[in-house]
Design a protein around this ligand. Sequence first.
Ligand SMILES: *Cc1c(COP(=O)(O)O)cnc(C)c1O
Length: 413
Amino acid sequence: MSSDSPPVRRLADWDHDRLARLAEEHGTPLYVLDVDRVAANYRRFAAAFPDAHVMYAAKAHTGRAVLSGLLEAGADIECAAAGELQRAIDAGADPNTLQYTAVNPPGGDLDYAVDLADEHPGLTITGGAEDTFDRLEDRGYDGRVAIRINPGIGTGHHEKVATGKDAKFGIPYDEVPALADDLRDRFDLVGLHAHAGSGVLREDLDDHCRAIAKVAELAREVGDSDLEFVDFGGGFGVPYREETEPLDMQAVGERVREAVGDLSARIKLEPGRYVVADAELILTTVNTVKETPATTVVGVDASLATLIRPAMFDSYHPIRNVSAPDRDPHPVSIGGPCCTSADVFATDRPIARPERTDLLAIGNAGAYGYELANQFHSQPRPAEVAIEDGDERVVRRRETMADVVRVEDEAGE
Ligand SMILES: *Cc1c(COP(=O)(O)O)cnc(C)c1O
């Protein structure tokens, strides 16, 4: 398995002439996805865990171009909703290879998964609440299940907040052995599962490995030789800031294996963000430049409807002036056309001084980017262009106002 792709792709590494041409041809805001980079990220990850089973967590980016590119690269797919199962199957996944992680699952999602498993008994359903298993049994299901564990370890300085929040996910650690005994009589218990963190980088690796070691220990207590797999989830981070170093995946692989220790069940991992984040950017055009006593305000045509992560998670995304990367850096605040102060991509950030009509790129938009795009302010969602084997194709056309009002029109009002 080749893994010679660079561990990180920065905005400066994209072909600026090509980006300018794509913006010209397709308008802005525009998502630009590099499917080859998605596959390379997956291969690098998988190469670091040669004896593990690596599944891509679809919720980071469920675009068909991503899913089919990853299936072609040999990845299996983890889904956290019935809609994601459906889209994985549409993209060509064999339902027998899918895993469905049910989080507070709506009845309709369970119906869908149970029907699917009826014809494709290889499907695995992971439950994180005892009554999820009761609801599966009520539907006549007795197939493959895994228990989602709450390892009870948050990350770093947010531990208190994280633990409270995390109660939503998984069975409390100490209750797992009894539940495992019970489930073995009612289903085919094939695995344990835990998704311990998110955005884990070097400084969080100790905590992450502690959680992994705890889950492995529980697997041995439950009887790992009777399990097919122990799934340690995703959560592997990417450097959003230019000065942050990427994870050394080979070293992470060794650390994880060390934390797991002796285990006869196979290790499973589910990266989402790591696979797609740096494979996509957003192109946006500068609409206005306004000098104020406080700062220079740069208004662009992308907004929190295009990319909500800065508004929702205070996330940092790199921004580059693609039209004039060599201009002198000038501190600017960059925001979109939404009437809320949350619609800001950067504050007092030095950028090659933007002028009206310049093209800017917002980087690392592949994970939870288009996936969380919305129509706030009656804005049609942007188009998405995929680059694959040197070719370009529109994989999501730009929405129109007709798309925005369609559900009202069709309601017959
Ligand atoms: C979200 C999620 C993942 C992927 O998380 P990333 O931080 O994107 O790697 C993996 N497994 C489960 C169950 C998830 O909910």
